[in-house]
Ligand binder design. Structure first.
Ligand code: URP
Ligand code: ZN
Ligand code: ZN
Length: 470
């Protein structure tokens, strides 16, 4: 059955124009004025905006951590994403002792219930000759990205020499290294000192992970990328100084790109000082108002390339069940660290919040344009991660992942509106103007207002190719 979306205002990463979209099967067939079709279902988008489906390049569904697991799985997280206008997500495979294929198989199995399209990055949390020899096989599995960590000593961190080797191997194989930038050695020392002094409150999570470590590690990664002549993508940028380092390196031709996440635009260490401060615990932590402001500038000025969520939700109080799809669910969460900040699972909900919150507080507030919004939310991730133009584009031949956005819809946002499977929302009570009205995934309507029309198992694994350096 063909679908004809009529009379909408299309917003792409570079243009805004009036046009109709004809969808045949899973693809966009035609875009133009006054399109007709003998038996297409007509969807009237008069007064509405029409954008490519969002692409969230950074999520953690079903991620084991601190004896529990992130509370959205590959169905509930996808459903929440779709309600927020996102139709593709990229998760991170945990590297098991048995190697890449074994680890990917675990993630593939968990994602059998996928409700939107998805792909995987590979966490490179161990490095030796054997692993190095296996990296070139990852693109054959559709995985063209490796995440490295400069923190989490003894668990996830790689030393600089191994990161440098990984950058070279990535370059030779058309892959991209993504980097979590903090200083693991400094963190270890400060955490031990804080605990020895009896400092157990959530704010010590931020105080023991200083911003200078993020700035220094970002510059270190950029410098290594420059020396290896290999691109690097800095995930979850949170410090003003990181934006400065990104600008400095990019102006000198280093192929470095940066992602931020919405909480780093709005929240600060003061939020961790609240009675319910554990709700804001993630790594890297919340910083200062000055950092929020500089990251906004980095978006306005085009220094940064993407906005991901780092969605990794935990219940605030996992001893009390919530009702999700008619059943009660309780998953141990932030309460695990009520007496010790080092035991609070790290991560925040945000997969549904990203686009609606950034529309009101970014586009409507005049901080980014509607076209930048589409670039950061969809087109740039598609290009960087090798999905363009199948995803991230409103052009004939692209997957018909389309969001019809009602720019006039006012909502009071919060946990009651959210399909994220957790008991709190960071944007509780925030007034939003502009919200997704209908969401299509490869030509199927999966969200219609408040109604969920998506299905478990209908999301496809996307084998990604080589991406672009933006
Ligand atoms: O606190 C966070 N961000 N948890 C997810 C893991 C990571 O480092 O991205
Ligand atoms: Zn990270
Ligand atoms: Zn993450």
């Amino acid at each position: 059955m063909a679908i004809l979306i009529k009379n909408g205002t299309l917003i792409t990463a570079s243009e805004t124009f009036e046009a109709d979209i004809l969808i045949e099967g899973e693809r966009i067939e035609m875009i133009g004025r006054n399109l007709g079709h003998p038996n297409a279902e007509i969807v009237d988008a008069a007064g509405k905006l029409v954008m490519p489906g969002g692409i969230d390049p950074h999520v953690h569904l079903d991620l084991p951590m601190f004896g529990t697991v992130s509370s959205d799985d590959h169905y509930t997280g996808h459903k929440a994403a779709a309600f927020g206008g996102t139709t593709t997500v990229m998760d991170f495979v945990v590297l098991e002792d048995k190697g890449f294929q074994y680890s990917v198989d675990i993630w593939m199995k968990m994602a059998e219930k996928a409700a939107i399209d998805y792909s995987f990055h590979m966490n490179l949390t161990r490095f030796d000759e054997k692993i190095a020899g296996e990296i070139p096989f990852l693109p054959g599995m559709g995985i063209t990205t490796l995440k490295v960590f400069t923190a989490y000593n003894g668990r996830l961190r790689l030393d600089d020499g191994s990161i440098f080797k990984a950058l070279r191997i990535a370059k030779d194989n058309g892959m991209l290294v993504m980097a979590h930038c903090e200083n693991g050695d400094v963190i270890e020392m400060l955490v031990s000192e804080a605990l020895a002094a009896g400092h157990t409150a959530p704010e010590y999570h931020a105080l023991t992970r200083p911003g200078w470590g993020a700035v220094e590690a970002t510059m270190r990664l950029a410098a290594m990328a420059g020396q290896a002549n290999s691109p690097v993508y800095i995930v979850h940028m949170n410090m003003a100084g990181e934006v400065d380092m990104l600008k400095y390196a990019r102006e000198r031709g280093v192929p470095v790109m940066g992602e931020t996440c919405p909480p780093y635009l709005f929240f600060t260490i003061d939020d961790l000082r609240k009675l319910d401060g554990a709700k804001w615990i993630c790594s890297p932590p919340m910083r200062s108002k000055e950092d929020n402001a500089r990251i906004w500038e980095g978006l306005s000025d085009g220094i940064l390339q993407t906005i991901g969520t780092d969605h990794c939700p935990f219940f605030y109080d996992g001893t009390k069940p919530i009702v999700y799809e008619g059943g009660e669910v309780a998953i141990p969460g932030k309460e695990l660290g009520k007496d010790d900040f080092t035991k609070i699972p790290n991560g925040l909900p945000g997969i549904q919040d990203r686009m609606p919150v950034l529309w009101t507080y970014g586009v409507r507030a005049g901080k980014i344009t509607a076209n930048q919004f589409v670039a950061y939310m969809s087109t740039n991730p598609a290009k960087i991660f090798g999905l363009y133009p199948r995803k991230g584009a409103l052009i004939p031949g692209a997957d018909a992942d389309v969001v019809i956005w009602d720019p006039a819809k006012k909502v009071k946002y919060g946990v009651a509106m959210s399909h994220q499977r957790t008991d709190y929302n960071l944007y509780e009570g925030w007034e939003l103007t502009g919200y997704p009205e209908k969401v299509f995934l490869r030509g199927e309507m999966i969200v219609d207002g408040n109604v969920w029309m998506g299905k478990r198992g209908s999301g496809k694994f996307l084998k990604r190719g080589e991406g672009q350096v933006l």
